[in-house]
Design a protein around this ligand. Structure first.
Ligand code: SPD
Length: 276
């Protein structure tokens, strides 16, 4: 017997996946955390009723949020991940031999513990790497205390609801920009052009005042609303610099040079909103 899980991030739009088995169903100190075994999509992490990743299609999200800024910087040494407790972003960051330290600032330790237990087949155990330091606390305060520290910052968050809303504010982007070392780059989970046009536009407007070469790019993820999600690239260094950098060892499943370029091509209605 199977059941349907239906997500309703927007009150006017629903999508569903068929669930074979519920593996975790826990109210943590911060959120409702579920890990289910879904038909076709495999293990699936759901927070407060919203799909965060599936084993089948997470590679587009994790490879694009990680490699675009990492490749643009060239040989990043110090990396900060905001959120990212499931370990998917961390796994990709650790592919770089240049990386000496990765700080993961995650508020909910249970996401780390339960993902580590259930997602090892997909992500291995990136937490065991000696370069990794888990910081269980609010990212706002942590960023404010660490200016100009990081070659790459990756904001791998949930949607702008509740606690996470602040991570989509101008204030957060100011902190990110000031925490980048010279020549550094950041990427952030930055929602969906159709559903979140105004929010993305507002973020882009503030990022334009902070760095020289901001840009928005997109990846296809069938289990996210609209079949995909976008990212804000935040840096003085143009993203195109990354087109000439070799990929780290380990092999990509989603990113290739054509996808890298195409990800920055925006549909006209949306390009006009952002760039006028
Ligand atoms: N609408 C879904 C957005 C999910 C973004 N978070 C993904 C976390 C994967 N590490």
């Amino acid at each position: 017997m199977s059941i349907w899980f239906t997500e309703e991030l927007h009150p006017y739009y629903r999508k569903g996946i068929r669930v074979k088995k519920v593996l975790v169903d826990e109210q943590t100190q911060f959120q409702h955390l579920q890990i289910v075994e879904a038909e076709f999509f495999g293990k699936t992490v759901i927070l407060d009723g919203i799909i965060q990743l599936t084993e089948r299609d997470n590679m587009g999200y994790h490879e694009m949020i990680v490699h675009v800024p990492m490749l643009a910087v060239g040989a990043p040494k110090r990396v900060l991940i905001v959120g990212g407790g499931d370990g998917g972003t961390l796994q990709q960051v650790l592919r770089y031999e240049s990386v000496r330290e990765v700080f993961v600032c995650e508020l909910d330790q249970r996401v780390v513990e339960l993902s580590r237990e259930h997602l090892a087949a997909s992500f291995g155990d990136p937490w065991a790497d000696p370069r990794v330091k888990l910081i269980v606390r609010d990212a706002f305060d942590y960023l404010a205390e660490n200016p100009a520290q990081f070659d790459v910052i990756i904001s791998d968050t949930t949607d702008p609801i509740g606690m996470a809303e602040r991570l989509f504010s101008g204030e957060f982007y100011e902190l990110v920009a000031q925490s980048l070392a010279p020549g550094g780059a950041a990427s952030t989970q930055c929602e969906q052009p159709f559903f979140d046009t105004d929010l993305i536009k507002q973020i882009y407007e503030s990022v334009k005042t902070l760095v020289k070469n901001p840009a928005y790019y997109y990846a296809n993820i069938p289990t996210y609303p609209g079949g995909g999600i976008g990212f804000m690239y935040v840096s003085d260094v143009p993203w195109e610099n990354g087109l000439n950098t070799s990929y780290p060892p380990g092999g990509n499943k989603y990113l290739n040079p054509e996808i890298h370029k195409a990800a920055f091509a925006l549909p006209e209605f949306f390009r006009r909103e952002l760039q006028g």
